[in-house]
Each structure stands twice: as structure tokens, then as C-alpha cells.
Design a binder for this molecule. Sequence first.
Ligand SMILES: N[C@@H](CCC(=O)N[C@@H](CS)C(=O)NCC(=O)O)C(=O)O
Length: 228
Amino acid sequence: MSGSNDDLMKVYVFKSLPPVLWGYTRDIRVMWALEECGIPYETVGLDCGPNGLQDEVEYGQINPFKQVPAIADDGYVLAESGAILLYLAEKSGKLIPRNLKERAQVYRWLITSLNNIEPFALLVLFADMQGNSNPHMQGLRPWNAEILDRFLPQIDEMLKTQPFVVGSEFTVADIILTCVLRELRKNEILQKYPNVERYRQSCEERPAFVKVLDDYEDRLGIERGSAR
Ligand SMILES: N[C@@H](CCC(=O)N[C@@H](CS)C(=O)NCC(=O)O)C(=O)O
């Protein structure tokens, strides 16, 4: 771990990862929000070995769970990607509406993405990553995919008539939802939901996302496009 400029917000990210995780890690969503909010930051790189971050002793003081992402804003430390995105939006006054009821819709869709969709999307992803080496996970794959098929049709219907998940404005809920949908980007599930898939791709075309993914690949020392 290393840091240099105390005035800049620090964001704890991966600087090495096994290939199977490229493009899936949750540091992407935090850097994307930082870019969209125009908050200057510096990255603190961590190595993710085969045992995860268990060996990063010092990092346990930043996040007791030793997981990425976390931020340190002038000494104020915060972990959990959803909490970090809401903090960045509140701090900058961007990517979140001022009106309480509209704001609550951002909380709603951010929590829905992390709570209803991500747990099942991740289990489908892990099943695909582990293949036949994990028959238990393979056996649960259809069940997890079925649960996603309960939620995605309604989101597909919504996105038929509105560009973003809370309506006409891009918010931190779109960053979280897009990053969660990216966990499904290489399997068959999103093919059933053309509006969801179009939404994911158009969010990923935003200049802030393109920059973050380029920086991410450069930091990991991998070819451009390999984390797409
Ligand atoms: N709920 C947490 C999950 C964080 C998480 O699982 N991070 C993964 C990378 S995306 C990690 O650090 N894995 C390494 C480890 O657990 O050792 C969040 O959304 O921030």
C-alpha cells in the first residue's frame, strides 16, 4: 500500500487480480462515481492473490473485512460500495436529486441492485467461473437464474420508456445497477432483456466509464479491452 498526497481522496483499488476477475471488481463503481462527480482522487493499489486480501495486514485498519473498495476522505474512512457511492453523491451534490422523494428512489434502486440482483448474479457468475470443478454451484445455477428472471422483466419494461433507472437523470443507482449487470454480461441471461442490455451498454459508453476502465486495465498491466 502507498499513498502520497493527503489532500486528495484516496480510493483503495486492486493493482493485481487473477484474470477471471478482470472487469468484475467493485473498485470500478467507485472510480466511475468519482469521475462522474468530478472529485479528484488518488488510487492506493492492493494485490489480490489466490487467497484474496487476507494477507494485507495494514489494510485491515481501513476495512476490517479486508475487502475492496474503500475510500479515505481527509482521514474519514468508508467501506461498502453502495455507501461510498451515496457519500460521493451527497458530497458533490451530483448524481442524486435534491427532492427527498426523488432521492429515495435512488436509495431504492441502489439497494434493489445490491440486494435483489447482485447476490444471484454473483452466484451465476461464480457457477460459470468454476464450471464443472464445483458441481454444487452448477446445480444451483438454474435456481439463481430463475430468481433473476423474476426481477429483470420489470426492469426491462421500465427501461423501455425511460433512459435511466429512476427516470430521466443518470444517478449513482445507474452506476451500481450497470456494474451489477456487468456480472451477467458474458452469459445468456441479459439476452432475454433487450432494454436492460441496451441500457447497460449505453451507460458503459459514458466517457467517465471508458476512462475508468482504461485506467483499471493500465493499473493491472493488462491489454486494453481485456476487462470489458
Ligand atoms: N459488499 C461489499 C463487497 C466487497 C467485496 O466483496 N470485494 C471483493 C472484490 S469485488 C474483495 O475485496 N475480495 C477480496 C477478499 O474478499 O479478500 C461492497 O459492495 O463493497
